[in-house]
Design a protein around this ligand. Structure first.
Ligand code: KG4
Ligand code: ZN
Length: 341
């Protein structure tokens, strides 16, 4: 059923290495198409120039597919939402230029979206069987590019209260995984192998960072020096101890994350924790959060995995709320690689 008050938003996300387009009808997702870029795998990380080129190849078919599988016509669209930042500048420009052209051609409003805000508001997509957090809540965004703790007081009233001073948490998984000779991205491999290992076998350094901020570069260096020393004595050390290395490393990362969340709960008095980002798939993190639900009465919210990693549906839900506020953007809007809220 559709009525004249329904809002149809086409959303475009192109901040990193996923080209994604989604169509939302109000707060429900009609389609969410994601084209991931395999081209970066052999480099062990995202190559910005290659990302921009791949976005340019993917963007038209991805948008076409999003509109087609939503079962609507372009004429029904109420607005176009796009990611303004943060992200890779060349990648952002592809999405924003396309969004501007389409809004001009269809004569409908343009809406700019902060990617980090979208990771938090994704929890408000209407999904059967999933409850939504109530304000205020603590939003935890953990991925290959982000590590943030945000106090979310309302849809557009949020404050970053902790973030990484160097590497993102997913970067720590990927870089240490590379040292363990695992393929990129290493996070899911570490997770799987950790399940079979002894997390108490090796002790890596826990960084001493004040307040709610994070640092992962010290942990990375501690793993590097440890491996250098061990492989000098035994060249097969990594191979022979892979499961225990993964389990010990993962346990340390979980400990770093959960102790900061615990501190944030204490500081704010907020016990609702909403996580997102690719690293929220990690089973060690999930079981540690579950344990806190029981022991500390936390309430945790995890979106569908498709909405944890970078996707346009999360851009669309922010677009929907901004549409209701008539918060539109000029065609002269600039992309912003370091956009903050
Ligand atoms: O959100 P995402 O797909 O992309 C961005 O970085 O924006 O997150 C990808 C990151 C990678 O670093 C990957 O290794 C990590 O999420 N990751 C995991 C797991 N699944 C994905 N890290 C640990 N455990 C996992 N199960
Ligand atoms: Zn992201």
């Amino acid at each position: 059923m559709s009525n004249s008050k329904d809002v149809y938003v086409l959303a475009i996300e192109s901040s990193c290495d996923d080209t994604s387009a989604a169509v939302l009808k109000n707060d429900k997702v009609l389609s969410n198409i994601i084209a991931s870029q395999k081209v970066h795998e052999k480099y062990g990380g995202v190559v910005p120039e290659l990302a921009s080129r791949a976005h340019q190849q993917h963007i038209v078919p991805v948008i076409q597919q999003a509109i087609e599988s939503a079962g609507i016509s372009k004429k029904q669209l109420s607005a176009i939402a796009f990611t303004k930042g943060p992200g890779l500048m060349g990648a952002l420009l592809v999405g924003s230029s396309f969004a501007k052209s389409l809004s001009l051609a269809l004569k409908i409003p343009l809406i700019e979206v902060n990617h980090m805000q979208a990771h938090l508001l994704v929890h408000f997509i209407d999904e059967d069987h999933l409850s939504k957090p109530k304000f205020p809540f603590l939003g935890i965004t953990i991925s290959g590019g982000h590590t943030q703790i945000v106090e979310v007081k309302d849809y557009f009233e949020m404050k970053v209260i902790g973030e990484t001073l160097d590497d993102a948490i997913g970067e720590a998984f990927d870089k240490c995984g590379k040292m363990f000779q695992l393929p990129y991205p290493a996070g899911p491999h570490i997770d799987k192998l950790a399940d079979k290992g002894n997390e108490k076998k090796f002790e890596f350094a826990k960084p001493n960072v004040k307040g709610l901020d994070f640092s992962f570069s010290g942990l990375k260096t501690s793993v590097l020096y440890f491996l250098q020393k061990q492989t000098r004595d035994n060249p097969n050390f990594i191979e022979e101890n892979l499961n225990d290395l993964c389990a010990s490393f993962q346990a340390k990362v979980v400990d770093i994350l959960i102790s900061k969340i615990e501190k944030a709960v204490k500081q704010t008095g907020i016990k609702q924790i909403a996580i997102g980002g690719g690293v929220s798939a990690n089973s060690g993190i999930r079981s540690a959060l579950k344990a806190k639900e029981v022991s500390k009465k936390w309430e945790t919210f995890v979106p569908k995995f498709e909405y944890c990693t970078d996707n346009a549906a999360m851009i669309g839900i922010v677009g929907y709320y901004k549409f209701l506020n008539k918060d539109f953007t000029e065609l002269t809007a600039k992309s912003n690689a370091r956009y903050r809220f």
